[in-house]
Write a protein that binds this ligand. Structure first.
Ligand code: ADP
Ligand code: MG
Length: 232
């Protein structure tokens, strides 16, 4: 698929997309994301926060930092100009200390998404089978329990449905003890959109949408990371 973002990143000789770029790509594919903009100064972070509307989230924007929280690079629930200023300074101090060599583009500013059930969709390439999609519950579920399912691209709706239902934590998606159920058809749609995109876009090497917040009426990508293949 002809994507301006991918062309532009290739032209720059890069392979790792920032969160802002990854989410632009997701939007092209038809996946909802938080509203996100790049700020290259504290002043700009404040004015973008006011445009987007409080509460906002600030995150370090660097192609060299893929685990933003580990770098002290994520501040959520910022409710005022002062909180944004303070968060901006704290992020920069922490990141410069932990990753002194990282190339920093600035911080991304985004709206705070309402809490939902956290799920993840990932794509990796298997040397034998090609692109493979992964689905699972987000957070500790994926990190500690490895509660995930896999399917080879391309997926049919039935595959998407099965891979959602076969994870051990599926009951949490049905709405456990009064919690909001996730809309399974919406999650199937997301898996199918990623599957279609992977079929059409062989230059994508990896994709990680983690977390997605799943709701009764929709689902939204809260964090995303895309990696391109090295240019031939
Ligand atoms: P990391 O690079 O460490 O994975 P994330 O962007 O995933 O950073 O942010 C860490 C956590 O912060 C997420 O798992 C999510 O719980 C929370 N978070 C991040 N962005 C938002 C947002 N826009 N709205 C609400 N919560 C968020
Ligand atoms: Mg994440």
């Amino acid at each position: 698929m002809a994507s301006k973002i991918i062309d532009e990143i290739r032209k720059q000789g890069r392979t790792v997309l920032t969160e802002v770029e990854s989410k632009q790509l997701l939007k092209e594919v038809g996946i909802d994301t938080t509203e996100i903009r790049l700020a290259s100064s504290e002043h700009e972070a404040i004015s973008l926060s006011q445009k987007i509307g409080f509460p906002v989230v600030l995150k370090i924007a660097s192609p060299d930092i893929s685990h933003k929280s580990d770098a002290g690079g994520v501040k959520v629930g910022l409710k005022s100009k002062d909180e944004v200023s303070k968060a901006y300074k704290e992020i920069m101090t922490s990141v410069k200390q932990k990753f002194p060599k990282a190339k920093i583009e600035g911080v991304s500013v985004q709206n705070m998404a309402r809490p939902g059930t956290e799920v993840i969709i990932g794509m990796t390439k298997d040397p034998q089978f090609g692109p493979v999609l992964m689905f699972g519950l987000g957070g500790v579920w994926v990190e500690v329990l490895k509660d995930v399912s896999f399917r080879i691209v391309p997926l049919a709706r039935r595959d998407a449905n099965e891979m959602i239902k076969e994870i051990k934590g599926y009951r949490l998606l049905e709405g456990y003890r009064g919690s909001e159920p996730a809309n399974i058809a919406v999650l199937e749609d997301m898996l199918l959109k990623v599957s279609d995109f992977m079929e059409k876009t062989p230059m994508i090497k990896e994709m990680d949408i983690n977390p997605i917040f799943a709701y009764k009426n929709g689902a939204i990508a809260v964090d995303a990371r895309v990696v391109l293949e090295e240019a031939a």
